[in-house]
Design a protein around this ligand. Structure first.
Ligand SMILES: Cc1cc2nc3c(=O)[nH]c(=O)nc-3n(C[C@H](O)[C@H](O)[C@H](O)COP(=O)(O)OP(=O)(O)OC[C@H]3O[C@@H](n4cnc5c(N)ncnc54)[C@H](O)[C@@H]3O)c2cc1C
Length: 436
């Protein structure tokens, strides 16, 4: 999917740019309603319109030829239901704000992405994920969605309703989401420890031992060297245990303290300091700019059973990858049932690339990555930069035909469509016609 070329970035658009400044929205206008009634009227009377979150996607996915609508003016306090064990949040609420609220009231989410700044509606619409062998992505915690549909109706769909599993990772195609209900659990503590120089040999020979070493595990790395740069373990702590976290059995050494001066960096605390989940599962602090800021990101969700093949082949082009690379991150997640989730139907491994903002160099290396990963069944992250066409995306999603039919039922005129969604829907409906 396209990002804007260097030349085009000099021009501003009425709806502005994405967070990293690498894509200018082509939408004709940006609207920020101040009430749900105003939003309903707006949606009913606009030919092409799409929801926009906090702009953290790296491609044209949110875009439209009509109006973008951001619900930042409609963010109120979350509402906890302690019986159902859910929290209802307004769509544009940043995940980190919801997390702080939950922690203050003694609750937690099962997992987080690396950054707390993204909106709940935007994150769940693309299948945003954290790490952990048994943890499904953030979208899997959605218990209900409230949205304004094509005719301006305010409707709620709940887990178990027909089509719900097709609507959560919905790419904005079903309407403008106004509220999201998320599963919660009692709060818990996490400690975060970093290690260096984890041999690639260990990762490739005992991937399960490495990635199963903590509640959430991240490998932060380049590709050409003989070891993974850093191993991050986020370990759940109960009654003070474990008091120590070690990775010597994996062949990794403790990271020097100087590597994580969290006072002056944008990172959450490392060094084994125990703290609430809401201040440890995110890599980045809510009050700081996450990651580099000036960057491009790509990520592919590889079927877990093919990950050793994938990593081995990527290491084979390691020198090329390391050229424009700031850092790669490898994370795991459990499979889920959400039709357009990149982890649909299979345990998956996210192979992520944070690139320096060098579009030409990135675009030169992506075909090599995709030539390795797509034949292994990898699915690109919906919100990151990739070159996979709708024709190649369609066969990656076994429920796409049903998804296309569901989108058409909710949005017969394609009000919430854009280039990608229109093409996916056309392919899906073509498949439906062939089957019937
Ligand atoms: C620094 C950084 C770190 C990241 N880390 C991770 C990570 O750890 N894990 C991961 O999986 N991803 C990660 N991402 C990617 C990011 O989580 C996704 O791109 C996410 O979708 C961005 O959410 P957003 O609120 O910015 O949504 P946007 O980018 O604004 O929109 C994304 C999609 O959501 C739809 N949408 C937004 N709001 C609404 C609404 N109200 N109604 C209907 N549709 C709506 C849009 O139409 C679009 O289709 C990262 C991105 C950045 C910049």
């Amino acid at each position: 999917m396209s990002t804007t070329s260097g030349a085009a970035r000099q021009h501003s658009s009425p709806a502005g740019r994405n967070w990293s400044g690498t894509y200018d929205y082509r939408a004709l206008r940006l609207v920020e309603p101040t009430s749900i009634a105003e939003l309903q009227q707006l949606v009913a009377s606009t030919e092409r319109i799409r929801g926009l979150g906090t702009r953290h996607s790296f491609n044209s996915l949110p875009d439209t030829t009509g109006a973008l609508v951001h619900l930042g003016a409609l963010v109120g306090e979350p509402v906890i239901d302690p019986v159902a064990m859910t929290v209802m949040v307004d769509a544009a609420t940043p995940y980190g704000v919801a997390a702080e609220f939950l922690q203050r009231h003694g609750y937690a989410l099962h997992n987080t992405g690396s950054l707390p700044h993204i909106s709940v509606a935007g994150a769940i619409s693309t299948g945003t994920h954290g790490s952990g062998d048994v943890h499904r992505n953030l979208s899997s915690a959605v218990a209900a969605l409230q949205l304004v549909t094509a005719h301006g109706e305010l409707r709620t769909v709940r887990r178990g309703d027909p089509g719900f599993d097709g609507m959560v990772v919905g790419l904005g195609a079903f309407g403008v989401i106004t509220r999201v209900s998320l599963d919660i659990q009692p709060t818990f503590d996490i400690r975060q420890d970093a290690f260096v120089d984890l041999p690639w040999e260990t990762v490739l020979s005992d991937f399960d031992a490495v990635m199963g070493a903590a509640y959430s595990v991240s490998l932060m790395t380049h590709w050409a060297a003989s070891s993974v740069d850093q191993l991050w373990l986020k370990t759940r702590v109960v009654n003070g245990e474990p008091a120590e976290v070690d990775a010597a059995h994996l062949g990794a050494a403790a990271a020097p303290v100087s590597l994580f001066d969290t006072e002056s960096s944008n990172m959450t605390p490392f060094g084994g300091v125990v703290g609430p989940w809401s201040e440890r599962l995110y890599h980045f602090r809510l009050d700081a700019t996450p990651s580099l800021g000036d960057e491009i990101q790509s990520e592919y969700l590889v079927p877990r059973e093919r990950i050793v093949e994938a990593l081995t082949a990527l290491r084979g082009i390691g020198e090329r990858l390391d050229g424009p690379l700031a850092v790669s991150e490898i994370r795991t997640m459990a499979g889920d049932d959400l039709w357009l989730s990149p982890a649909y139907g299979r345990d998956s491994v996210g192979v992520h690339f944070t690139w320096r903002n060098e579009p030409d160099a990135v675009d030169a290396v992506l075909p090599d990555i995709e030539a390795i990963l797509l034949p292994l069944g990898a699915r690109p992250h919906w919100g990151k930069h990739h070159h996979v066409s709708p024709a190649d995306l369609a066969p990656l999603y076994p429920r796409l035909a049903e998804w296309g039919a569901l989108v058409t039922a909710w949005d017969p005129t394609g009000k919430f469509g854009n280039t990608l969604i229109d093409e996916l829907r056309a392919r899906a409906l073509g498949a439906v016609r062939r089957l019937s």
